[in-house]
Design a protein around this ligand. Structure first.
Ligand SMILES: *Cc1c(COP(=O)(O)O)cnc(C)c1O
Length: 216
């Protein structure tokens, strides 16, 4: 299947329930261009340098999403153009995004990344810290929190994945009625987006099911 056919295939499974973010980390300009040519305009990357390099070589109407762990000292390189930061998980980072957004005269949309998985390598805020973290972000005028992001445990155990997605959906459902800016639940990747969609995902981040296996 071509990249275009794979995208169409995923879109037919999503229907209109979710936005598709094509995760293009490690992929070449040509591969991204091919996806773009088929109408895919939203791409996710996890490295600042890679995202800046690709942005400079690809069409201007692409929406770039930062989905990976973000270091404070790199925020300044993406503040001008980033569409959505999925990985806000600590106050020091919020402070820096706010500062750089002010410099660019922007308000940057962000998702709070929650740690829902059992893997210890994954970043994200502990569930128990969510409420106080969420409240403490109110003082940052140039950050706009529009939802939550989570990554499930890397496992073929769909029961566990389902439980983890239900956990983040519960928190999402708690804040939607009290905050009318909340509208994005970014859960689901190549191997678990079907489980995520059943649990109310409205943004999925898919890499290998579009571009093929990565080498890491
Ligand atoms: C790499 C990555 C993805 C996509 O992973 P696939 O399994 O290739 O679909 C999604 N979200 C995040 C945060 C990632 O780092």
């Amino acid at each position: 299947m071509s990249i275009e056919e794979k995208i169409l295939n995923i879109k037919s499974k999503i229907k209109d329930k979710a936005d598709l973010i094509a995760v293009s980390k490690t992929r070449t300009i040509q591969e991204i261009q091919e996806a773009y040519n088929s109408g895919q305009l939203k791409f996710g990357e996890n490295r600042v340098q890679e995202i800046c390099d690709k942005k400079s070589k690809l069409p201007n109407d692409i929406e770039w999403h930062m989905i990976g762990h973000l270091q404070k000292n790199k925020v300044k390189y993406i503040a001008k153009f980033i569409k959505l930061i999925h990985s806000l998980d600590r106050i020091s980072l919020a402070k820096e995004i706010d500062k750089q957004a002010k410099k660019e005269n922007r308000i940057i949309d962000c998702l709070i990344q929650l740690k829902i998985s059992k893997d210890d390598s994954k970043f994200g805020l502990q569930i128990g810290d969510f409420e106080s973290f969420y409240k403490s972000l109110k003082i940052y005028d140039n950050i706009n929190i529009i939802g939550l992001m989570g990554m499930a445990t890397f496992t073929s155990d769909n029961v566990l994945v389902d439980e983890e997605f239900k956990m983040i959906k519960r928190i999402y459902d708690d804040i939607v009625p009290i905050d009318d800016k909340i509208k994005v639940l970014s859960i689901g990747m190549s191997d678990d987006f079907d489980v995520a969609l059943k649990n109310g995902s409205n943004m999925i981040r898919v890499g290998s099911k579009i571009f093929g296996k990565r080498n890491y």
